[in-house]
Design a protein around this ligand. Structure first.
Ligand SMILES: C[S@@+](CC[C@H](N)C(=O)[O-])C[C@H]1O[C@@H](n2cnc3c(N)ncnc32)[C@H](O)[C@@H]1O
Length: 262
């Protein structure tokens, strides 16, 4: 079973999160374990301190590397520098590697457990990444107050891709950025009412012609606005997507039938 460890200074932020679908079901069914650790519980500094002023001066406080090392050692029972040997130890950081659908799939299917380190204040001492982590992940080119929301994005996107977590109806195969859509953004969905404020559901969706509907949906899937940021999860794009596993959505021979506009 895959284990995801989250190290944070705000563990209470995860109480609601882990109780939601599909995480809670996935945990109940033994497909994943999500363990949240309070970094502050492991500090040996007086007053439960975890941070200090930056060398060189400047605003804000920096989370100390020794405090993170103590937390990792206590949880895993081995020297902190060895934790990353068999796990993906990832610092959440604005300047980290862009987190995308492909990375979510990789984390979901890799046999390695995942350790996410959530910063606060000015972030971690740089040696956390250099000595203790396997890399850093960013959820976008903007700055959050802490790594918790970023970690939740990573956990939720990855857990949805663990085989067996979602049923067929919710499959991730044909979602935005997925291999099933060649990395494109999913086609639009409609439900009742059929007309709202003069806006009607496209006629083609009402006729019951499955092949035509599938072709229409295919045409509606548009190039991702994140192109360049996202890579498509090990799919090789539409070319590599097996027709029989595309949920019945026909693709042009060359896979070039996606409009290029976004
Ligand atoms: C206020 S931020 C620190 C920002 C840092 N001083 C900088 O300018 O890059 C505090 C923490 O929030 C998290 N964080 C903020 N933005 C993030 C993003 N876009 N992706 C991932 N983590 C982020 C990181 O864990 C970071 O250590």
């Amino acid at each position: 079973m895959k284990r995801i460890h989250v190290f944070t200074l705000v563990p209470q932020a995860f109480a609601w999160f882990v109780a939601q679908h599909p995480l809670a079901d996935a945990v109940d069914r033994g497909l994943v374990d999500i363990v949240v650790h309070n970094i502050r519980d492991y500090t040996r500094l007086s007053h439960h301190a975890v941070d200090d002023t930056p060398y060189g001066g400047g605003a804000g406080m920096v989370i100390r590397v020794d405090v993170v090392a103590w937390a990792l050692e206590a949880v895993f029972g081995i020297p902190a520098v060895e934790v990353r040997a068999e796990r993906d130890v990832l610092v959440l950081a604005p300047g980290g590697r862009p987190f995308d659908d492909a990375e979510a799939g990789r984390l979901a299917t890799s046999p390695r457990d995942v350790v996410l380190l959530c910063g606060r204040y000015e972030g971690f001492d740089a040696r956390v990444k250099d000595l203790l982590a396997t890399g850093a992940l960013s959820v976008g080119p903007y700055v959050l107050a802490g790594g918790e929301v970023a970690a939740m994005a990573v956990v939720e996107a990855a857990v949805r891709k663990i085989p067996g977590v979602l049923g067929n109806e919710e499959s991730t195969w044909e979602e935005s950025f997925s291999g099933g859509l060649g990395g494109a953004v999913e086609y639009p969905h409609y439900t009742r009412p059929r007309e709202f404020l003069g806006s009607e559901v496209p006629e083609i969706l009402l006729g019951g012609h499955h092949a035509e509907i599938a072709a229409w949906r295919r045409r509606q899937a548009v190039t991702s606005p994140w192109e360049g940021w996202c890579s498509v999860a090990g799919s090789g794009g539409l070319e590599a997507a097996a027709p029989e596993s595309r949920g019945g959505i026909p693709v042009g021979e060359s896979g070039q039938d996606l409009p290029s506009g976004g």
